[in-house]
Design a protein around this ligand. Structure first.
Ligand code: SF4
Length: 134
């Protein structure tokens, strides 16, 4: 093989590799996405009750900005919140379970303030946006 022929074949190999490698990356990325979707379908993305300590979650931050508490009775007793009677409902009786924005989903409640959230609020949870169901 002449040197120019060898050089030409060498360059051809580099070009072929350059064309294949990005496609390989795309295929690997596609596999990862498929794995994620499968995990979510298998319950990997399952909902859980909001963890008020997870302040990195923007949905939790939204609720905490509204003084969300997981248990309104305890929070009133501990003087963590001051709750007024509203719509004829006593403070201790207020909660996500009877809030106009609380939507029952099986045994749990979702809050319409965080509709895209992957978690439920507590049945006895409460925040300053509480309003009675009519
Ligand atoms: S009290 Fe109502 S608005 Fe507040 S977190 Fe519970 S369901 Fe949402």
């Amino acid at each position: 093989m002449t040197p120019s022929r060898r050089t030409f074949i060498g360059k051809l190999s580099v070009l072929a590799a350059a064309a294949v490698i990005p496609n390989l990356g795309w295929a690997i990325g596609k596999k990862k996405k498929k794995k994620k979707a499968a995990a979510a379908a298998a319950g990997g993305g399952a909902m859980s009750v909001v963890d008020v300590n997870n302040k990195k979650d923007s949905n939790v931050a939204t609720l905490l900005a509204l003084n969300y508490v997981a248990n309104v009775k305890e929070a009133i007793a501990n003087k963590d919140v001051t709750v007024a009677e509203k719509g004829g409902v006593k403070p201790e009786a207020q909660g996500c379970k009877n809030c106009v924005l609380g939507v029952k989903d099986g045994d749990n409640y979702k809050c319409q303030l965080v509709p895209a959230a992957k978690f439920y609020v507590h049945a006895d949870g409460w925040c300053t946006s509480w309003n009675p169901k009519s």
